[in-house]
Design a protein around this ligand. Structure first.
Ligand code: NAD
Length: 476
């Protein structure tokens, strides 16, 4: 592992001053400037795809396929998409108003919120830093990036690449941990975009409140999977196992646990075994050729292993642990709601299966928690879909697949309740960093309608100005 150079607090000050000056200069406002930076960002990812794969391999042992698909391509595509749609997104909008105000030039301008701060986690260090940045650049916000210190090679690479490709007057990287992030959080920002765990999310929101900085919190949590009577169990098992094995389970939208109706458990277990043996034909997933990544560090490894050691469930497949680096994908059956594996977000390659009587019991168990980032449900039954839609809450609701919502970038992605607030991707990213500034221009001719608002007040003027108080409210 490379040693990561933390940014000095003096440099943090200089960066902040420099970016504030750039924002006030208006440098980042022209569409042509923003477009150029977005194209440069796409170029940065294309020209350094191999270095990015290598850095992720060093820090996480992540297979290059997963880096290329989930991170490099994702950033390139979203930067190019934003460059293409930037002009349309930033266009001022004329607002239709009541006839008597129609000559007032009622316009909403899309203005950048100010200098933005993006704080990202370690599990997908590139896309979770640069996808929000696409929105910030598109909106015209200079931005400080604060990558996670837990993946030092990736964070160091980010710090070396950004100044080579992007305008250093407007975009900068601050590396470090709590001290450096706290120094950043002491300052007011146009917007803070945070991706990480709920515990730190609360710290970020509390600090931001002190400077009245708006915040997006992209958090995690336990995202459940619902198996319904009416579904293809083989397909469900394959798609769940696919989602669970991405980045060795260290994914915010990883299927955390599965609820299976009691009478389907035996068939579902068989389906899981079939999917598992197709994905991992070697004797163990820890075989050197299985393209199986690490748990990020010994402390996370011991946390995940600890959950597994304490479970009262039974291991169906997997269970092997390799030093303090890897844990094989492991499916555990017969897990009860009070099991160790249900205590917290697993964020590792372990998949507990819980037996339930029926959908009502599943919904009750899901609703006992807060709003997960996503609820997955394998069903072809419209009534089940309706029930889940109306009786549960979550950031997203995905039927018949897992993790694929990340690819549907036209839709907003974000949490709800304990899984966070705010959303992004494509235009939603642009909107996140944009202030909708309403503007009107009231012509002198409007004076003809303003008589009643001026002093001296009278009962007649009062009656004229308060018609809504006496108007009839429609019957229900
Ligand atoms: P984390 O909350 O520990 O760290 C995230 C960032 O916060 C890092 O940059 C870190 O340096 C910074 N940080 C840590 N302590 C801080 C403090 N006291 N004050 C200020 N900043 C601090 O998260 P993590 O462990 O890197 O990531 C895992 C979590 O992130 C999981 O819960 C996962 O579900 C969630 N996550 C969510 C999404 C999403 O899109 N919703 C994506 C990825 C990960």
């Amino acid at each position: 592992m490379s040693t990561l150079q933390h940014t000095s607090l003096a440099e943090v000050e200089q960066i902040y001053t420099r970016l504030q000056r750039t924002f006030k200069d208006g440098t980042t406002r022209p569409i042509a400037y923003r477009r150029k930076q977005l194209l440069q960002l796409a170029r940065m990812f294309q020209e350094n795809a191999a270095a990015i794969e290598q850095a992720e391999y060093t820090d996480l042992g992540k297979p290059k396929q997963e880096v290329a698909i989930a991170e490099t391509s994702g950033v390139i595509e979203s930067a190019l998409f934003a460059a293409e749609h930037l002009e349309e997104w930033s266009r001022p909008e004329k607002v239709q108003v009541e006839e008597w105000r129609s000559s007032w030039d009622t316009t909403v301008y899309k203005t950048p919120k100010g200098v933005a701060l993006i704080i990202s986690p370690w599990n997908y260090p590139f896309i979770l830093t640069f996808n929000p940045l696409v929105g910030a650049i598109a909106a015209g916000c200079p931005t400080v990036l604060k990558p996670s210190e837990v993946v030092p090679t990736c964070a160091a690479l980010i710090a070396s690449l950004v100044p080579k490709y992007l305008d250093s007057e407007a975009y900068a990287v601050v590396n470090g941990a709590v001290t450096e992030t706290t120094a950043l959080l002491d300052k007011p920002w146009g917007h803070i975009f945070f991706t990480g765990g709920g515990k730190i999310g609360k710290i970020i929101a509390t600090k931001a409140a002190q400077t009245l900085t708006p915040v997006t919190l992209e958090l995690g949590g336990k995202s459940p999977v619902v198996i319904d009577e009416d579904c293809d169990l083989q397909l469900a098992a394959r798609r769940i196992l696919y989602g669970k094995t991405q980045n060795s389970g260290q994914l915010c939208v990883s299927p955390d646990h599965v609820y299976v109706p009691r009478h389907l458990v035996a068939d579902f277990k068989e389906a899981v075994k079939v999917a598992y043996s197709t994905f991992f034909p070697s004797e163990t997933a820890l075989h050197p050729n299985s393209h199986w990544g690490n748990i990020v560090n010994p402390s996370h490894h011991s946390r995940v292993k600890g959950l597994l050691d304490r479970t009262l469930g039974e291991i169906l497949v997997g269970g092997q642990v390799d030093g303090a680096k890897r844990i094989a994908p492991t499916v555990v059956t017969g897990v009860k709601p009070d099991d160790s594996l249900m205590e917290e977000e697993i964020f590792g390659p372990i998949l507990p299966i819980l037996e339930v009587e029926n959908l009502d019991e599943t919904i009750k168990l899901i609703s006992n928690g807060s709003s997960p980032l996503v609820i997955y449900a394998f069903t072809n039954n419209e009534e089940t879909k309706e029930k889940l839609l109306n009786r549960t809450t979550s950031g997203s609701l995905v039927f018949n697949d897992t993790t694929i919502q990340l690819a549907v970038h036209e839709m907003p992605f974000g949490g709800h309740g304990e899984s966070g607030y705010g959303a992004y991707y494509d235009k939603n990213s642009f909107d996140t960093f944009t202030h909708k500034r309403s503007s009107i221009n009231v012509p002198a001719a409007a004076e003809a309608m303003f008589g009643a608002r001026y002093r001296p007040y009278s009962e007649e003027k009062y009656a004229l100005m308060t018609q809504s108080i006496h108007s009839k409210i429609p019957e229900e």
